[in-house]
Design a protein around this ligand. Sequence first.
Ligand SMILES: [Zn+2]
Length: 656
Amino acid sequence: MRSLWNDLEAKQFQGDLGLRVYTSRLLGRDKSLVLHGGGNTSVKVREKNLFGEEETILYVKGSGWDLETIEPQGFSPVRLAHVLRLAELPALSDLEMVNQLVTHMLKASAPAPSIETILHGLMPQKFVDHTHADAVLSVSNTKDGEKRVREVYGKRCVVIPYLMPGFDLAQLCAKEFKRQSTPETVGMILLSHGIFSFGETAREAYERMIELVTLAEKYLDSKRAWSVAPRASRSARTQVPEQPELRRRLSDAAGAPLILRTVTNERTLGFAAHPELGRISQQGPATPDHVIRTKRTPMLGTDIARYAQAYRRYFEEHALTAKEPKTVLDPAPRVILDPAFGLAAAGRTAKDAAIVAEIYDHTIDVILRAEALGGFQALPSQDIFEVEYWDLEQAKLKKGGKPAAFAGEIALVTGAASGIGKAAVAAFLARGAAVIGIDLDAKIESLHSRPDFLGLRCDVTDEAQVRFALEQTVIAFGGLDMLVLNAGVFPASRKIADLPTDEWRHAMSVNLDANLLLMRAGHPLLKLAPRRGRVVVIGSKNVPAPGPGASAYSASKAALNQLARIAALEWGADGIRINTLHPNAVFDTGLWTEDVLAQRAKQYGMTVEAYKTNNVLRTEVTSRDVAELAAEMCGPLFSKTTGAQVPVDGGNERVI
Ligand SMILES: [Zn+2]
């Protein structure tokens, strides 16, 4: 492992807190040190308060921030003196500890400080870095982990037996640090949990972390336990037809729609086919806080009922002996291993599922290295249960907060690179859905860079490309809940007498035939949608009120309208709703070049401005107006409506 410290980069950060931000980001950049939300860092700074008195402020990572992207305001400024006084108490509950820390910060708007704040405060050094480094966990999570850790670090690190993060752990670390540390001590290993490093400067603490983790890497290498890629017995393809059904059953077990991200590659296939998978995968996570994301164990195969039963047993067994009454979490697995597809990761959002997949990717490394070293050994299930069900997590549950309307659901939008389609992508993302945008235009691929969006170049008139797009949807997110049929062409104005056959056929092919392909191929997926499938067709005012010179467009949209009505009749039994919007005069779309706009205005003998607001309400209709209504039509307001046609046109006299 190499230090990523760069003098030029570092110069952009000022002061102790600035450099604390910089090296925290450096830690966050390396996923083998820190995964999403994991790890924490701090710095102790002398500051003058409002009254001119000097005091030491402990800036410690706030909850909800990732080290990789942390900003100065991501650090909670806590008065160190109070932290040290708290540490003297004989006992302190987690909830009271958080209350004490939050009420002794300098800034009311700062995030709640890390649960490991007291531990950071008790360490005498100015800068304290904490990670869950893969290599350290690989050495520690073995049968004689403590002996091996001491062998690797000698006097350089204090070694602490496992204890759940919180007040007791902070006290134990302070006591053990005093007892074990020597002038050579620069770090601390928390067995089965992670590693701390210390320094008087940001750079020193960071580079000690790198140095200490490198020692573990070298140790693993010297024991032939470093390069341990699982061998795939054969190359398999993601079992696309089966994932939507699996996702449906998972969502039913979870009581809410889940995203299912499938990762099929040599690594995941090899691990899922490991001859000792039952033993090595069913012990527990690499470090306890992963349990919040991954649950304690992956599901092997696809028998969800069996997994859920075992999960409830695990809950009941440990809840009985807990001090506080516990609320059971949903029993659906978050990690699934199957030799047919490798790994699948489930989450309430696409981001959650991506995090689960990433955590497990690292868990595979930790397990295989620990195996090569002498046998992977995770913490007993009781310890994992305590983290999964600790008071603070349970308190979060009770506070609840409503999930986004489409959390866990998947929408596919055609013609998504511009205009109404692009606005629809935004509308569905804003409501928490994972979105696949497809378009002929290559710019769709870079429309958004986020885990809940997939942009694919696709010619919707080509059946093979449509099938490919749906396959990618299933691999990335697990299924399809909502379909927005928006892609269309609007040929230049032409009288029937002058209309070339190929222009007519092209309009029919894009505006009508392509939608049949998508509806036909999408139907089996929509049928499996946990909350029932929904389709929105972007029609046109020209359906109820055609205009001269637009025969190909009007006829193709009218035929599409009829197709949608028949789909509403045929798919009602599957619970799939299909409704149509008839926009008119939406000028911020890809269809409306200035040329076309000028032509159409002339057709009606108007200026372009008058043409734009030529409706009963004298208002301009935008892509966003149409897209927002399309999203709402997939929501609960329209849950009893199918086969409807709703104008979005500012009121059109001919339609009314
Ligand atoms: Zn930790």
